[in-house]
Design a protein around this ligand. Structure first.
Ligand code: PLP
Length: 406
């Protein structure tokens, strides 16, 4: 990274935390990233200077808050290359975005005997909503397998696409394996059969430039808190033609045009899918997160994380008994591993005592664990503020605890 690492890290107050007498080494970024001061300030400013309910008020605060909320919608549109702000719906996060589509698209499109295709490396948030929709309609879930390396078997996809397939739902990046999936290629294959595609971008948007028109997908979902923004806000991008046809997800608040006891008519896009009071402060803080990412530079972000990834893999490989799970040639800065026969939870607990925060367990991807026949992994995941010295700290700590767990 060219910008001084110290200058960048100083923007993240939490990185000064001490854990059990050690400086915090935060390597749990795939679960949630830390927030720069500008994001924290945006939240604070909203509640100290602007707090007001949007869209419905004529007074000063309501119009200012509405103006800023809608300005972030436009920022998000540009950030992911959508055609129109009608295609940007604010949700609580990726999970809610996927549930919105599964519920609404499911009701509109899914019938008995239909099929939905997901991959075997999906997060539970991109499996369970489809199972629920399938159960309700009498439809079936079909699954794209992946290889030992952690690469999707695209050769298996054509056989899974047929006249019963209603949608393909696939992750852009695996939160457990780090694999970057060829979502444009998958979309093109599905579109040949007229099948729409939803991409779960929760692990992609903070690590690479995303252009939904280049991918060609019909839906794209992500969470603010995994991209330096606050918890409680996420985005659903949906192609306008499809959203126009879908019934509302939830009723009430801003999603209506007129209500009588006989009949309700619904609002235009995107408001039709934003029932109730949204998390306005979080949306404004998401705008500040986008500013942070754009000022840092998406290329800088990607290059820095790639540098950390390669350095970490190189060093980890030399630890006796350490096995990396997921070795796809195209991957983001997520490293899942096992240390000898030690339980991942024990490794995580001992690392924590040395100030190193990693995630352990199945990472909400139990089918991946079943694939490898393991209970879970230890997962280290990097962000822009991580350093080579922190990778060294992880490696040194693992070398120190390995004999204790042998
Ligand atoms: N999809 C992927 C790939 C994820 O990694 C996650 C969270 O870890 C989710 C979906 C769910 O995101 P959220 O909990 O923000 O809704």
């Amino acid at each position: 990274m060219t910008q001084s690492n110290d200058t960048l890290r100083q923007q993240f107050p939490i990185l000064n935390t001490t854990v059990y007498g050690h400086p915090l080494v935060y390597l749990d970024n795939a679960a949630t990233t830390q927030k720069p001061q500008s994001v924290i300030d945006a939240l604070c400013q909203y509640y100290t200077q602007l707090n007001s309910n949007i869209h419905r008020g004529t007074h000063y605060l309501a119009s200012k808050a509405t103006e800023q909320y809608e300005a972030v919608r436009e920022r998000v549109r540009r950030f992911i290359g959508a055609r129109s702000t009608h295609e940007i719906i604010f949700t609580r996060g990726t999970t809610e975005s996927i549930n919105l589509v599964a519920s609404s698209f499911g009701r509109y499109r899914l019938r008995e005997g239909d099929e939905i295709v997901v991959s075997a490396m999906e997060h539970h948030s991109n499996i369970v909503p489809w199972q629920l929709a399938c159960e309700q309609a009498g439809a079936t879930l079909r699954v794209i397998p992946f290889s030992e390396e952690g690469v999707l078997d695209l050769g298996a996809l054509p056989a899974l696409l047929n006249e019963h397939t209603r949608l393909v739902a696939v992750g852009h990046v695996s939160n457990t394996l780090g694999t970057i999936n060829p979502v444009a290629e998958i979309t093109a294959m599905a579109h040949c059969h007229g099948i729409p595609v939803l991409v779960d971008g929760a692990q992609a948007v903070a690590h690479m430039a995303v252009d939904v028109q280049e991918i060609g997908c019909d839906f794209y979902c992500f969470s603010g808190h995994k991209m330096y923004g606050p918890m409680g806000v996420g985005v659903l991008y949906g192609r306008e033609e499809l959203l126009e046809q879908m019934p509302p997800y939830q009723g009430g608040g801003e999603m209506i045009k007129d209500v009588t006891f006989e009949r309700t008519t619904y609002n235009d896009l995107p408001f039709r899918f934003e029932a109730g009071t949204p998390s306005v402060g979080d949306v404004l803080a998401l705008g500040a997160a986008l500013d942070f990412m754009e000022q840092t530079g998406l290329d800088t972000l990607a290059q820095h994380e790639e540098h950390l990834l390669h350095y970490a893999i190189e060093r980890l490989q030399h630890i006796d008994g350490l096995r990396i799970i997921g070795q796809a040639p195209h991957k983001t800065s997520v490293i899942s591993f096992l240390l000898g026969n030690a339980h991942p939870y024990d490794v995580g607990t001992l690392l924590d005592k040395l100030g190193i925060a990693v995630r352990t367990g199945h990472h909400c991807t139990q089918p991946i664990m079943d694939h490898y026949g393991i209970p879970g992994t230890v997962r280290a995941s990097f962000a822009i503020y991580n350093t080579i010295a922190e990778v060294d700290a992880l490696v040194d700590a693992l070398q120190r605890i390995a004999p204790m767990l042998a």
